[in-house]
Design a protein around this ligand. Sequence first.
Ligand code: MN
Ligand code: MN
Length: 253
Amino acid sequence: MYHHVKQLMYTVRVDVPDPRFGKMLLEQFGGANGELAAAMQYTIQGINCEDIARKDLLMDIGTEELSHLEVIGTLTRMHLKPCKKNREAAEADPLIALVGGGGVNLNNSQGNPWTADYLKISGQLEVDLRSNIAAEARAKIVYERLIEFCDDPGTKDTLQFLMTREITHMKAFMTALDTMGLDPLQIGNLEPTPSTVRKYFNDSTGVGQDGAEDARGPWNQADDIEYVEAPARLEAQVTQQQVEREINRAAGR
Ligand code: MN
Ligand code: MN
């Protein structure tokens, strides 16, 4: 059950409207990492969730994201409003000016329509929580970039609030995952094949123009890891030797 309160979650203030920046803000309204995508992803995961405590978490955050949608939509609208009447402002985005009358629509910053394809809903709680941790990280970095491109103090203040909440959510999702009592690599029920799961394939080899080279690190040199050197290249060498043998045999050498 939803209820709307005629008050924004965070007070929105714009000192100088900037239609071109408003267009950028649309990324967090109707874009892949935007507030509608977050609200829908968590809410629908919540509807599917059979863990009562974590269902509550998903519904709490999903609903907060709807409040964020209202905040970012209001902020964006303030920046786009001049598009309706002012020719120069309208040129910042003819689609918004001519079709939308300077209002927000569910498009990203390039005018592409919002799509449910943005959503990651797997029906498996530990998988969904990982998707959500990544989604919050992406939302955070988009807000950070918007803040860096912004010189309006009121706008920056609102974006700082929205960016901060994404870290709060990220922490909650991480804690909810950590406390599920699963091994960090346990996804679903089936066990991976032991001899296959421990192999690390050094599939990118040689030295690059910019000095890139084969790196060793904890991800490929722990005790439980078997480092396998360039398996495709070895395979190719074996095949080449076989071909040469066949050629020699056919030539009677
Ligand atoms: Mn949000
Ligand atoms: Mn969030």
